[in-house]
Ligand binder design. Sequence first.
Ligand code: CP3
Length: 355
Amino acid sequence: MNPSATRIMAATRKELSDAAPVWFMRQAGRSLSQYRLLRQRMTLLEMVRDPAVCCEVTCMPVDLLGVDAAVLFADIMLPLEGMGVPFQMEDGVGPVVTDPLRTQLQIDRLRVVSPEEATPYLFEAIGLARRALGQRAALIGFGPSPFTLACYLVEGKGSRDFPHVRALMYGQPRLWHQLMGTLTEVLARYLVAQIEAGAQLVQVFDSWAGILDAQAYRDSVAPHLRRLFARLEPSAPAIYFSTGSTHLLGAIAEVGAAGISVDWRLSLAEAWSQIGPDFFLQGNLDPALVLGPWEVLERGAMAVLEGAAGRPGHIFNLGHGVLPESDPGQLRRLVEFVHEFDPKLVQPLRDRGQG
Ligand code: CP3
């Protein structure tokens, strides 16, 4: 058996291992009773700001679920620390920005901070987690994309389709690009600092990209992503995550990320046939399947593995985060199922001209 950390790094180089590596977005969170216990006495941000607790929660799913990677326990809002934009994390709501950014003056005032000064506790937690994990699992760092962070900054909170964000983007393109430029610089420094502290790969969450049409994405978002990934790729492989964005896949393939996370709306085989074999892909089981009976989950997992068709460069994951009501026992069984499946067995599929 390959050690887990090797297995996932091999996938980023598009090498085939004994099994597909597997981890789950939101694996460290409310579905785990050990996490809920800690959470009773600390807020989310208190946990993130305490390196020992942050390290403990980050590593928890490796022991409990057997996944091949741990993902830093933090939130996409952390890079705002020190930028001069107050925010809160509200239970059941998510991030809330007290004074949403809508004017030139507010955007001029944003500070580009040094991440080591703004969030020193995060880099300490990364160092601790990396030592604690050793070869048991790889450590994944993460941050928001400039666009998804801008969504919270301009709208003020989560929204179905972020009308104020789109209004600023279409109506004041110069101001929009200024905001995106500042955020891109902050995020590049933030992610590079995570890599320097010990993260072996990084994932950029563009959770809301799917609200845009392809032209708006190409004009208003993609140029900034290209600059961001150009800063990351020399140091570590990067995964670009979005959801509900099947219509953007062609544009996404041009932003410079080596890895692309695909949701359940598109099969991996279809995604590869659209963008070509140079990318490694992550995904793409529907998280709702984890709630169903094992037989249904197993069938879904098999379909994902068959969608990958034994191609090198598949990281098994859900198409979006673990739902809070998921049973960790099901997740553990899913990890075992993926690990027992030999990707070489489906090689004939590839040779039959599907790849
Ligand atoms: O999920 C959990 O139980 C962990 C704890 C938690 C996090 N953030 C950590 C986190 C909780 C309760 C939040 C609040 C939060 N943050 C919400 C409320 C809705 C919710 O899920 O409870 C929202 C919308 C956010 C903003 C946010 N954070 C987004 C949009 C993303 C990107 C992923 C996505 O779901 O689209 C995050 C990332 C995030 N928050 C991670 C963690 C540990 C990323 C790493 C990972 O996938 O585990």
